[in-house]
Design a protein around this ligand. Structure first.
Ligand code: CMP
Length: 140
């Protein structure tokens, strides 16, 4: 069994709707180990840097404003094939298209306010984890 890590963000819409506890429960029931977990409020430069990959997309400025509109919870999740598995557990980016029993179907509001973020590759997971956490903050 090869355990891998991915980065999750519980976004401002889900924190404001008090879904934080429900999402943590859901993740543990799906078999993820939470290796690190913290609540913070992103600054504009931090949100711009985190989503730099989407800089040229028409939704970039709105996405940055949304991500700094309230507190977020960032987590390092561990599971077998964590990146792919978490993408399944999150469901489609657009909650309307997400399958039943996925986080975005249950807790997302629309394509922007979609409750959670997850890394899209192992390489990006490493970069995103280092963006938020140092080694001392990780259980393993
Ligand atoms: P996330 O998985 O965090 O990655 C990029 C984010 O951009 C995505 O979730 C959504 O919050 C947002 N996003 C993606 N596509 C769109 C879109 N078409 N319109 C608005 N926001 C989007």
């Amino acid at each position: 069994m090869s355990l891998k890590k991915t980065l999750s963000i519980i976004k401002p819409d889900a924190i404001k709707s008090k879904y934080h506890g429900k999402i943590v429960d859901f993740l543990e029931n799906k078999g993820f180990k939470i290796l690190a977990h913290k609540k913070l409020k992103l600054s504009k430069p931090q949100a711009e840097a985190f989503y730099e990959i989407h800089k040229e997309r028409p939704f970039y400025n709105d996405l940055v404003d949304f991500m700094i509109s309230g507190e977020v919870v960032v987590q390092v999740l561990e599971a077998e094939n964590a990146v792919l598995y978490y993408r399944e557990v999150m469901g489609d980016t657009n909650p309307e298209k997400a399958g039943n029993d996925t986080l975005r179907k249950l807790y997302g509001r629309n394509i922007q306010c979609n409750a959670v973020h997850g890394s899209d590759s192992d390489d990006n997971a490493s970069k995103e984890i280092s963006f938020f956490f140092n080694k001392l903050e990780l259980i393993n």
